[in-house]
Design a binder for this molecule. Structure first.
Ligand SMILES: [Zn+2]
Length: 298
């Protein structure tokens, strides 16, 4: 449990005293190593004294059950600095007294006193996930996997090589496995990589819409300026989501099978199933073949 809380403090700015031991009998709380007073552990605040301690795993009961405190130093306190630290620690402990009952964990995040998994989840989400006021709408005309993929894409939560390296996955090349000319970032895979750029030109032509050379998040924002009904925009976002999905699959194919698709004809034949999904699920969408006219009836 201590290890888990240590991790929480490592990855979030949650103060140490949010999660701490509430000491009663002091028989299950470590004097030096658990956080049971305000702030960090005594070991962190008074390392000089800790180095003098014989039993660094001692319990709160072992040290403060007696009014005179039961110190167990390797040698006597010698220097003024050591005495200063000890005085300071004694002030810090103050008049703390043991009581009856078992020690328990307390949690005071967001005003709550009892530990709740939902509170911890909220804290981790707040600090670990990128702040984004945009809620990714669920598109009923697309398969679940495409919706989930889009949600992860907008939050930069796809396992790109850079993201894997940031999570300390070893021995990973950081360059794009298709063009090897840039880092494997979301911006590159879905915008500046030559395959993305070439396919955007084809998609623009096919949709009869000038798609700007933006990354997916900027495309999402750009769509606010596109004229059309809400349904029209939902269909367009569905098409873009499908397009990004294809680019992602193509890049992974290059990475794992050393084979990828740059051929224009293959682009259309790959895209076709996704447009057929849409045409079969959405009655506002009419698809008239690769060389025909695309109609959005919204
Ligand atoms: Zn590339």
């Amino acid at each position: 449990m201590c290890k888990s809380f240590k991790y929480v403090h490592e990855v979030t700015p949650i103060p140490h005293d949010v999660i701490k031991r509430q000491v009663h009998d002091g028989l299950s709380t470590k004097f030096w190593l658990d956080s049971w007073l305000d702030g960090e552990t005594l070991a962190t605040q008074f390392p000089r004294l800790l180095s003098l301690e014989v039993d660094q795993n001692c319990l709160v009961y072992d040290r403060i059950a007696s009014v005179n405190r039961n110190w167990n130093w390797r040698r006597g306190i010698r220097s003024c600095r050591e005495q200063e630290h000890l005085d300071l620690m004694l002030k810090f402990i103050g008049e703390f007294k043991l009581s009856t009952g078992n020690d328990v964990w307390s949690w005071n995040y967001r005003g709550g006193e009892n530990f709740q998994v939902s509170n911890l989840r909220h804290a981790l989400d707040t600090f670990l996930l990128p702040a984004d006021n945009f809620s990714t709408p669920w598109n009923p005309w697309l398969p679940k996997k495409i919706n989930i993929f889009t949600w992860r894409l907008f939050r930069d939560r796809l396992p790109s090589r850079i993201n894997l390296a940031l999570r300390r996955v070893p021995n990973i090349s950081l360059t794009c496995p298709i063009c090897f000319s840039d880092l494997d970032l979301i911006e590159h895979t879905f915008n500046t990589c030559r395959v993305a750029s070439d396919w955007r030109t084809l998609l623009s032509r096919w949709l009869q819409l000038s798609i700007p050379d933006y990354n997916p998040i900027d495309i999402r924002n750009w769509m606010d300026s596109v004229h059309g009904s809400a349904s029209y925009k939902q269909i367009l976002l569905g098409i873009f989501s499908s397009w990004w999905w294809i680019l992602w699959k193509n890049k992974n194919q290059a990475a794992f099978q050393l084979d990828y698709d740059t051929n224009n004809t293959l682009f259309l034949s790959t895209v076709t199933p996704f447009f057929l999904w849409l045409s079969s699920r959405c009655n506002k969408f009419l698809y008239r073949g690769l060389h025909g006219k695309l109609l959005l009836l919204c």
